[in-house]
Design a protein around this ligand. Structure first.
Ligand SMILES: CC1(C)Nc2nc(N)[nH]c(=O)c2N=C1O
Length: 159
């Protein structure tokens, strides 16, 4: 199954957090054909009283179930000492399961496709790096969806 995950961080050296998470995922035996988008700096969506984020999207093949994949992502978040002070507050590392093949998953712990991904430039822009022609749940391609969004705050992080 091809899975797409969103990576985000805005605490404790966000670029380092994302780079380490990418390294961990890329070397995880249960994930193959690992690909990752460019890295982007982005203004916080939601509460503005927090630092800017570093965001990326990764894709890979896996035979893990959606729930097992969620467990893996949450264990990596814990390794990055993720603390949940407040909803939509700053965090050291966020690994969101965005898409799991064409599956719709509606469980208390897991909703896939990720409910807010279509409106988020910090998701759709990096997703476009990986799969511009992929059809989304709303019948648009990623490229078409990207044209609906204002991504003027996104800055590519080079180096
Ligand atoms: C707080 C909220 C909604 N805002 C975000 N805003 C940005 N730019 N990037 C994120 O990853 C992100 N994650 C979130 O969970």
């Amino acid at each position: 199954m091809t899975a797409y995950i969103g990576l985000g961080s805005n605490l404790d050296q966000p670029l380092e957090q994302i780079r380490q998470a990418i390294q961990t995922l890329a070397t995880e035996p249960s994930l193959i054909h690992f690909r990752v988008s460019k890295l982007y700096a982005s203004k916080p969506v939601g509460p503005q009283d927090q630092p800017d984020y570093v965001n990326a999207v990764a894709s890979f093949e896996t035979s893990l179930s959606g729930i097992k994949l969620l467990d893996l992502l949450q264990s990596i978040e814990q390794d990055h000492h993720r603390r949940r002070e407040r909803h939509w507050g700053p965090r050291t590392l966020d690994l969101d399961l965005l898409l799991y093949g064409q599956e719709q998953i509606d469980l208390p712990r897991l909703t896939v496709p990720h409910p807010f991904m279509l409106e988020r430039g910090f998701v759709i822009q990096p997703l476009h790096d990986l799969a511009p022609d992929m059809l989304l749940v709303n019948g648009k391609t990623v490229t078409e969806q990207l044209h609906q969004l204002d991504t003027s705050d996104l800055v590519i992080i080079t180096e």
